[in-house]
Write a protein of this length. Structure first.
Length: 387
């Protein structure tokens, strides 16, 4: 390992207590999308103590922040480390974003020390509301990433993999409007909105047999009437469609719309389909930057697992269409521990989780260093992005 990378690793190791402290604070204070005020303030103060200037509430997103090394004006190229810190309702940090924030802060603080006068080429962006919110989309739309050349973060997982595809996603609500009537006395005068929703659900189910391997449709019924003896005049459900490309994602939405239209026609209902913004784009991978991360995994002797084909979605997908981005996954538990469970949350602070946090911080700092120091790497990253 070269001298600088060796120093990065030693500096991260010297911050062990600090980084575990950040992860533990967030774990003990879980806040859901767009309500991460404690996290924003805690992480901002921490960075200020370590020589950063922090602007809170950037891009019109209250719980975001933007940190740059104090006394340095921004230079190009600039690499951004991203901190996620939102939790899930009821099960807290079951997606492990407490670790994401801690690793990115560690990497930024160490890079600042290593870069010295050249630290103006590194920033840390606090990106709220990954879970269902899409904070990165709002920040990107507000121009926060305009003068930045690459973005990186890591995500805890059950596999070690420098990158994989992520699915585009559209969240939407479907509503059916019918007419109430006494279900026994005057059923002929009613129009049953619940039946329409169930017909739509059944059509969607039938269509699911014909999805491509990357297609996903899933939903729940949120409103299905009040009492058995009142014909429901209102029924509603929440759904997601996902696909590995924007076009397939959008095509699935149109097929679901047809299922709803057909059901409404059959039952004589009105229906409405409302899309929640922002929609999530599939990940545009940058293999050149992932390659640099892979090399650093090898430096730390972290074996690379096979892609298990499991796919989710992230607002990092949207960001990856604005600028070269990587979203490597690092294991904190075995495959028996699924994400979005309390088991996964607890794994963020086991000895394995702890080690992964330090490794992640090291590899992010090392890859940031590589990007800023190699014009040849930057050229390949750019080429890959423009492909
Ligand atoms: Zn999640
Ligand atoms: Zn997550």
């Amino acid at each position: 390992m070269d001298k600088i990378k060796d120093r990065i690793c030693r500096e991260i190791d010297s911050m062990t207590d600090d980084l575990f402290g950040i992860s533990d604070f967030l774990l003990a204070n879980p806040e859901t999308a767009y309500k991460e005020f404690k996290a924003r303030d805690y992480l901002s103060s921490f960075l200020e103590e370590k020589g950063f200037t922090v602007e809170k509430e950037v891009g019109g997103v209250e719980t975001s922040f933007f940190a740059r090394p104090a006394g340095c004006s921004q230079t190009r190229p600039t690499v951004a480390l991203l901190a996620e810190y939102d939790a899930l309702p009821e099960i807290g940090h079951a997606c492990g974003h407490n670790m994401i924030a801690a690793a990115s802060l560690g990497a930024a603080i160490v890079l600042r020390r290593i870069l010295g006068d050249r630290a103006g080429g590194m920033v840390l962006v606090g990106t709220p509301a990954e879970e269902g919110g899409g904070g990165k989309v709002l920040l990107a739309e507000a121009g926060i990433f305009e003068n930045i050349d690459a973005a990186m973060m890591f995500h805890p997982s059950s596999t070690n993999i420098p990158g994989k595809g992520m699915l585009g996603r559209i969240k939407f609500k479907v509503e059916f409007f019918g007419r109430t009537a006494h279900a026994a006395g005057s059923p002929d005068q009613g129009i049953n909105a619940l039946d329409a929703l169930i017909l739509a659900y059944s059509s969607i189910n039938a269509f699911r047999q014909h999805l491509r391997p990357d297609g996903r449709i899933h939903g729940v019924i949120t409103d299905g009437g009040v009492l058995p003896n009142i014909i429901p005049d209102y029924a509603a459900g929440l759904f997601y469609v996902r696909g590995a490309s924007r076009s397939y994602r959008d095509e699935l939405l149109e097929r679901v719309r047809k299922c709803c239209e057909g059901a409404a026609l059959a039952m004589g209902c009105e229906f409405k389909l409302e899309i929640f913004q922002p929609t999530i784009d599939p990940m545009k991978r940058n293999l050149a930057l992932e390659g640099a991360f892979t090399q650093n995994m090898k430096e730390l002797e972290i074996g690379i697992d096979e892609d298990n084909g499991r796919r989710g979605s992230s607002d990092m997908g949207n960001l990856s269409h604005y600028l070269p981005s990587i979203h490597p996954w690092l294991a904190i538990a075995g495959p028996e521990v699924a994400g979005h469970t309390t088991g996964f949350r607890d794994a963020t602070v086991t000895s394995r989780g702890r080690k992964t946090l330090l490794d992640a911080a090291k590899m992010l700092a090392m890859t940031g260093w590589d990007f800023l120091n190699s014009s040849e790497l930057r050229e390949r990253v750019k080429e890959d992005f423009l492909r």
